[in-house]
Design a protein around this ligand. Structure first.
Ligand code: SAM
Length: 276
């Protein structure tokens, strides 16, 4: 086995932004001893994990989970990895919006379900997650099961078609959140997102605004008066998202940056609006 510094240097030269943190997360999965007399099979597996990370396979896909607050969410190849940036939305709801166990919250483009489950844990509200991808929906259902989140319901499908396909008219909601794909098609991304995430979880048509538009239309239809929509987006999209919300019957529109959940991989940034 090489030294710790050797592995960290390998990760650093591959362009990994947190080589020490990633090394430790991978290393801590194994029961290696200080004496160095380790099971050769375990060493081989550990080195395979490091090799994958050097090839910019996302850390969470390698270890099989992502952590938000103290919760683990299972993820794997083919599903978007929840980001701490999304906790900006969860904190905003905690501080600004009174919701209770009878409230209805939609989590649009819910992926593995982390944001919806975080909001359910905090409020015990009824959550409806809407996700298009088959694979992401499988992870979403696993995460609901793991967290005993019985009040989190799943609808697998396109948010653009939800209202046409639902037989029953949905009850009016208090909150609609959305972390949609929003990267413009031509914008280069680090390989973790540009190569190793499904394209439809990262990129969107119309300069990245297609699913943001669909989320605003959805929220306009689903929210009760004074209900809130919160949409995550890129740091350059604040004005466009505000304009989209203004043209969909929202008032008191604000773009919010949460420093606590911003890091070297991006700002925690989202735009909110209240339904007229
Ligand atoms: C940026 S990811 C966010 C996932 C999750 N909200 C999170 O933060 O981990 C966007 C998700 O939207 C889903 N998606 C893309 N277009 C969609 C659509 N039209 N309707 C529903 N889901 C969609 C993708 O499959 C992906 O899981």
């Amino acid at each position: 086995m090489k030294t710790k510094e050797d592995y960290i240097n390998l990760l650093k030269s591959a362009g990994v932004w947190d080589p020490v943190g990633d090394y430790e997360k991978i290393y801590n999965q194994y029961n290696f001893t200080e004496a160095g007399q380790d099971d050769p099979k375990a060493v081989k597996e550990f080195e395979a994990d490091i090799h994958e990370r050097c090839n910019r396979i996302p850390l969470e896909h390698i270890v099989g989970y992502a952590e938000l607050n103290s919760n683990r969410y299972v993820v794997g190849t083919g599903v978007f990895i929840p980001r701490i940036q999304s906790l900006g939305i969860v904190d905003w709801i905690k501080e600004n919006q009174a919701i209770d166990p009878s409230s209805l919250v939609y989590d649009l483009c819910s992926g593995s379900g982390a944001i919806g489950i975080e909001i359910w844990q905090m409020t015990n509200a009824n959550i409806v997650c809407i996700e298009k991808s088959d694979l992401a929906t499988k992870y979403l259902k696993r995460n609901i099961l793991r967290h005993h989140a019985e009040k989190v319901a799943v609808y697998q499908g396109d948010i653009k078609e939800y209202f046409d396909k639902m037989l029953q008219k949905p009850v009016e909601a208090e909150i609609v959140i959305s972390n949609p794909p929003y990267v413009p098609k031509e914008m280069a991304q680090p390989p973790e997102w540009g190569v190793h995430h499904p394209e439809e979880s990262v990129y969107a048509e119309q300069d990245g605004l297609d699913i943001i538009n669909a989320s605003a239309l959805f929220a306009n239809r689903a929210l009760k008066k004074d209900g809130v929509v919160l949409i995550e987006h890129d740091e350059n999209q604040g004005e466009s998202v505000s304009a989209i919300l203004a043209s969909n019957n929202f008032y008191n529109i604000q773009t919010i940056i949460n420093e606590k959940y911003s890091d070297e991989t991006g700002l925690s940034i989202f735009t909110i609006g209240y339904k007229l």
